[in-house]
Design a protein around this ligand. Structure first.
Ligand SMILES: *Cc1c(COP(=O)(O)O)cnc(C)c1O
Length: 225
């Protein structure tokens, strides 16, 4: 559970990540992306004050409203988009974000490539895989990953890794292991996996980026995921 003190929550999550990486015999650790969706600038500020610089949002419009002002105060912020992205918002996303974790279809690859060309800015791209084959979830089918990867590389996107959100309410480890295997098989380095409930497991299975919201900020009241 997150404590009321964001500094304490942040320290606890960072410690847990370090411990999990050590336990797994890793020489490196994972980047903590603090997921600040639905949280106000006032709620985010304490984490900035104590040194957290990597944040994630799931909606372009919400991020556009919050982050330019925060960035003016903390220019070294790194902002990641972790939510579904409509192709018509690709240019806005490229303009604002340093990384995009939801690249999941050829039409979006094309829109992002065009936006990057136009803006001369190339955010790191993670290809999202629908690892549990759930109809309501974003991400490409496991079987379509090789074609999507070829498409993204062919279009010149800087492919940094794979991303997935495993099915809720079941053991996540097998899904993390599958995503790690897919990344190995396809020669991509990054693995964006693990949320508040399971980020330590994800780190032991090789996550390079964990996306942690409620364990840092407390629950999102009545919020959409
Ligand atoms: C909201 C969200 C998270 C963070 O979820 P918590 O359970 O609050 O840690 C991580 N990844 C994605 C894609 C999200 O939408």
């Amino acid at each position: 559970m997150p404590s009321d003190d964001p500094a304490q929550s942040l320290a606890a999550v960072r410690d847990a990540i370090t411990r999990a990486a050590k336990l797994a015999g890793r020489k490196d650790t994972a980047t903590l992306i603090a997921i600040s969706k639905t949280k106000s600038a006032d709620e985010i500020a304490p984490l900035l004050d104590i040194g957290q610089r990597v944040f994630g949002e799931n909606r372009v419009q919400e991020a556009e409203a919050k982050w330019p002002a925060l960035r003016a105060r903390y220019p070294d912020i790194q902002l990641h988009l972790v939510g579904q992205l409509q192709s018509r918002k690709a240019e806005d996303a490229v303009a604002l974000f340093d990384a995009i974790h939801s690249v999941d279809r050829p039409s979006l690859v094309a829109a992002l490539a065009k936006a990057m060309e136009k803006l001369g800015k190339r955010p790191a791209c993670f290809l999202q895989v629908n690892i549990g084959d759930e109809p309501q979830k974003g991400g490409c089918a496991v079987a379509d990953l090789p074609a999507l990867l070829a498409e993204a590389q062919g279009a010149g996107l800087p492919v940094a890794g794979l991303m997935a959100v495993p099915p809720a309410d079941v053991e996540a480890a097998p899904y993390f292991a599958l995503l790690a295997k897919l990344a190995r098989d396809h020669g991509v380095a990054g693995l964006s996996m693990g949320m508040s409930a399971d980020y330590e497991t994800a780190v032991t299975l090789g996550a390079t980026h964990v996306r942690v919201g409620s364990a840092l900020f407390g629950p999102r009241l009545g919020a959409r995921a």
